[in-house]
Structure formats: C-alpha cells, structure tokens
Design a protein around this ligand. Structure first.
Ligand code: NDP
Length: 400
C-alpha cells in the first residue's frame, strides 16, 4: 500500500505512470501532477480502466515550493517521483524536506541560465535529508541510473578492482524526421552541444564538442558512429567505484543529426542567451524546442532498437577481466506496450523500479544517494521482470 506523487507529464512521465499502474500491488495510489493538468488527465483517462491503482491528478508549478508543499501535504505521498525537468530538482527536494517525504529523480540539477550540470547542488542536501530521515535517489533513469546499477553489480560480483569503464549509449532508432530529439529538446541540445569530458586518474579531461569519435558494432543494432560526451554519472561513479582510472561516455549520432545541429548552432538557434524578438525577450533554444517535434509524439513513428550498457575492465583474483552488460530495447515494442519510444521507456522503467526499491525498503536509507551506492541485486532482478532485460558478455570488443 503506497502512494506516489509523480511530477511531470511528458515522455518519461508517461512511461513511469504506465509502469506504476502495471505494478499496482506496490503503487496502490498515484497522483500525476504537472504544469499542464490536461496532460495529467489524459493519462488518467487512458489508464483508469486498465489498473487497480487509484489515479488522481493535480496542477502544480514545480518551481513554486509553497505550491508543492501544499500538494504534498494534501496528497500525503510516500515518495515523490520527479520526472519534470532538471531545473525543478532543487525546488522539489526543498518541498520533500519540508514534508519529510522520500524523493527520486532521473537527471541532475541544472540551472536554467547556465548549461552546466553537476551533482554538487544536490549532494549539498545530504545532511538535511539524513537529519530528516528521508531518502533521495538521484539520477535513476537509464544513463544515469541503470549504468550506475550495472557498475555496482560488476563491482559486487565480478571484480576486485575496476580500472576502466566505458558507457556506450546507442540509439539505432529512426523516427523518419530530418531532425528531432528523443527527449526534451532543450535539455538534449544543451547536453550534446556542450564540451565533452572524461575522467582520467581522478581528473576531468575536457574535449571540444564531438571531438572524439569511435565506431562500435552494437549487438542487434549494428555498426554506429559514437562520440564522447560529458555525462553526469561520470562524476558519481568516479567517487563510488573503487580503483577506477578512467571513465568515458559515448553516445551514437547519425551524420544527419550532427549536420542539422551544426547548422542550428551556426545560426544561433541553440543559444540560451535571451534575445529581443518583436518587442519581447525570447531564448532561441526554447523557441527551437517549440518548432521541433514533441519527443512524446515520436513513439508511433520510431523503428529500430537502442542498446545501452557498460564495458568494464579490471582485475579479479589477480587476473585481468573484461565484462560488458547491456540492454537492448525495441522502439516499436515499447510503443505497443506503453505508447512511447524506447528513450522514454528506458528512462521511465528504472524510475519506477527505483521508487519501488525505496517503497519496499530495499533502498531506504536516510540521505542523498546515487544509485550505485545501493545493493544492485534486487534492481537487476526487477529490470528483467519489468521490461529491460540485460545481457552479459565476458569477451567484448573494447573501445580504444
Ligand atoms: P518532457 O519535456 O517531455 O516533459 C517534462 C514535463 O515536465 C512536462 O510535462 C512539463 O510540463 C513538466 N514541467 C516542466 N516544468 C514544470 C514546472 N515548472 N512545473 C511542473 N511541471 C513542469 O521531458 P522528458 O519526459 O523527455 O524528460 C523528463 C526528465 O527525464 C528530464 O529531466 C530529462 O532530463 C530526464 N531524462 C533522463 C534520462 C536518463 O536516462 N537518466 C534520459 C532522458 C530524459 P508541460 O507539459 O506543461 O510542458
């Protein structure tokens, strides 16, 4: 018997809502609250006859802490699942602290006016969450999220020491548009147009955007170009995985996506600096978001598969060992099951599982945590059960 308050009603939220409804033995009561209540009501309408969970909806501005507090006090959830945008993270954490309710999100805080994401702002809440006796689980989507669970699993079962981690995020899906992003365009473009970076010997090494390219042959997808990006889990894995010397993150991009992105950048459309347009201030990137396809609408048209996983190199009993663990997810299968494409699916399923881990006491500890700090085993079992089965390979092709 537990009550979850889900904040946000976009692509990822849609999957979280479907999955919580499927898992109504744990999630008996669900409140969907977002800026646009009509979107919450649409999910309720779609699901109310398909689940035994009681669904309610609410309007909330998650940048307004008193509004959030009033909603939490009224609904009395056991956990708040934040699948709005990274800009809201701190406000929602503040409200959870005030009401002493557990918290979970899928992306780390990013101030709206600087395209910079790092954990320091959220880690600064540790002591307050400990004192309040509540749990915050940070970054519980796929990457970050499952990639951290994979790392904890590798460390627990297969290695005495992990020296190298390569996270490979491949989207082999095709939505048929010349240019669209698979999740919130603003967040996505801020991420991929930023400088790349990786961690080597405890230090950040910075690269130009898309400077480092590799080609990898992904199981069930095939050969793809992938590029080194800065990504948030590098920061926490460098602290939590013992003995690690280098961590890199690669994401696949097709040539058409990169050409469009370069052109948009060159004309100034990806800028987050406000400009005056017809007497009012607009942010070019926000305007671009408004003209691009809504990621939530890509579901019916996206075909192909994603393959996301981690390659670990290290030592076990004094001998070198390599280990690759990954999930392959089919866009159309996701669409048939929950009405969205695989990027939202691979993010929303782990968020539901993480919330279940907290609600069932398996990941319940006072403080603020990244996923790799918890026992990975029950989460790994749940991935197989709830739609994201994983495959292991002890002799993978390595990335040079
Ligand atoms: P969408 O843009 O589709 O959805 C965001 C939702 O949040 C919308 O419903 C929006 O409302 C709502 N929202 C925005 N601002 C507010 C506010 N101030 N108050 C209340 N609601 C608000 O994004 P996605 O679903 O694609 O992404 C959701 C999150 O998942 C993001 O943080 C993203 O970074 C993260 N993510 C994580 C991944 C991972 O693997 N870890 C991968 C992909 C995404 P409205 O409908 O009114 O616009």
């Amino acid at each position: 018997m537990s009550r979850a308050l889900i904040i946000g009603a976009g692509g990822v939220a849609g999957v979280v809502i479907h999955k919580c409804c499927q898992n109504s033995g744990v999630f008996t009561d669900i409140c969907i609250a977002s800026r646009t209540k009509a979107k919450c009501d649409k999910f309720k309408e779609e699901l109310k006859d398909k689940t035994s969970a009681n669904i309610t909806t609410a309007q909330v501005d998650a940048d307004n802490v008193p509004q959030l507090v009033a909603l939490i006090k009224e609904y009395k959830p056991d956990i708040v699942i934040n699948v709005a945008l990274p800009y809201q993270d701190l406000h929602i954490m503040d409200a959870c602290l005030e009401c002493k309710v557990d918290y979970l999100d899928t992306a780390n805080y990013e101030p709206e006016d600087t395209a910079k994401f790092e954990y320091s702002w959220q880690w600064a809440y540790r002591e307050r969450f400990e004192k309040a006796g509540i749990t915050a689980v940070l970054g519980c989507g796929f990457d970050p999220g499952v990639t951290g669970v994979f790392s904890a699993y590798a460390q627990k079962h297969y290695f005495d020491e992990i020296n190298y981690i390569d996270i490979l995020d491949c989207n082999g899906g095709d939505h048929g548009y010349p240019f669209a992003t698979n999740f919130n365009p603003e967040i996505n473009i801020r991420e991929v147009s930023a400088k790349g970076s990786y961690i080597e010997d405890g230090k950040w090494v910075e690269t130009e955007p898309m400077e480092i390219k590799r080609v990898y042959n992904f199981d069930q997808v095939g050969e793809k170009d992938m590029y080194l990006l800065h990504h948030e889990e590098l920061e926490s894995l460098a602290l939590n995985i013992k003995g690690v010397k280098r961590i890199r993150f690669f994401m696949t991009f097709g040539q058409s996506y990169l050409t469009h992105l370069k052109c948009l950048e060159n004309v100034g459309m990806t800028s987050i600096e406000p400009i005056m347009y017809e007497g009012r201030e607009i942010v070019p990137l926000q305007f671009l978001k408004a003209v691009l396809p809504d990621p939530a609408s890509l579901g019916p048209r996206t075909v192909g598969k994603t393959n996301i996983g981690c390659i670990f190199q290290g030592k076990k009993d004094g001998k070198p060992r390599n280990y690759y663990v990954y999930n392959v997810c089919d866009h159309q299968e996701c669409y048939k099951e929950v009405g969205s494409q695989a990027i939202s699916y691979t993010t929303g399923v782990p968020a539901m599982i993480g919330a279940m881990m907290v609600l069932t006491g398996k990941w319940k500890r006072p403080g603020v945590f990244n996923v790799e700090e918890f026992d990975p085993d029950p989460f790994m079992d749940a991935l197989n059960k709830w739609g994201l089965p994983w495959t292991e390979n002890f002799d993978p092709v390595l990335v040079d």
